[in-house]
Design a protein. Structure first.
Length: 201
């Protein structure tokens, strides 16, 4: 597995926490029933909750990173447009289905299962091949099931181009090193020959 730079790791960690918080707020605002405000008339509560939900939806819908929320049975409760695009599925074909049915990748499915079971967080770099080949940096966290039934949140970042550039850089360095090594070896041999007495002859 290729190491991720500290800057990218920090960025992804912050992004993951932010997305998790957004999803929590989104589902909390939809499913809260015990709040004292929920018993007030709609006019008394005002439009704050609705406006917050609209803003949260706008953020999730326009994120470049894929965000998926699942319940304890690994059924997809929410998948933003970026996530659906990564796996080539429509919204109606994602909601209510299990993770493996949507992503069609056993590694991601096992990752989600583990964080739900152990109530922990995990980060992996995973190769997916459908609808096309790409490298994804996957961050998942299991949470105690609460409002909205969310048990795990998965944030996916496409690092395909980053890995491609890294491979190109490595190939370039290897080629340059080889090209430099050949003449240097010849020069070294020539110097050794001179030092051995060829100059006197």
């Amino acid at each position: 597995m290729t190491n991720v730079s500290p800057v990218l790791s920090a960025f992804l960690a912050g992004l993951f926490l932010g997305a998790s918080f957004l999803i929590f707020l989104r589902f909390f605002s939809k499913h809260r029933t015990s709040s004292p405000l929920s018993s007030l008339p709609e006019r008394a509560r005002g439009k704050g909750g609705e406006e917050d939900e609209i803003r949260l939806s706008a953020v999730l819908d326009h994120m470049a990173e894929g965000v998926i929320a699942v319940d304890s049975a690994k059924r997809v409760l929410m998948a933003n447009p970026a996530a659906r695009k990564m796996f080539g599925v429509e919204k109606d074909n994602a909601l209510g289905r299990t993770v493996i049915e949507v992503v069609k990748n056993p590694a991601i499915d096992l990752m989600v299962e583990k964080v739900i079971r152990d109530q922990t967080a995990a980060t992996e770099e995973i190769e997916v091949y459908r609808p096309d080949r790409k490298t994804l940096k996957a961050n998942a966290v299991g949470i105690a099931e609460g409002d909205g039934g969310v048990s795990a949140i998965l944030v996916l970042y496409d690092v395909t181009e980053i890995r491609k550039l890294e491979r190109l850089r490595q190939e370039f360095v290897a080629n340059v090193s080889h090209e430099l090594k050949t003449p240097l070896t010849s020069i070294q041999g020539f110097i050794e020959t001179l030092l051995a007495g060829a100059l006197d002859n």
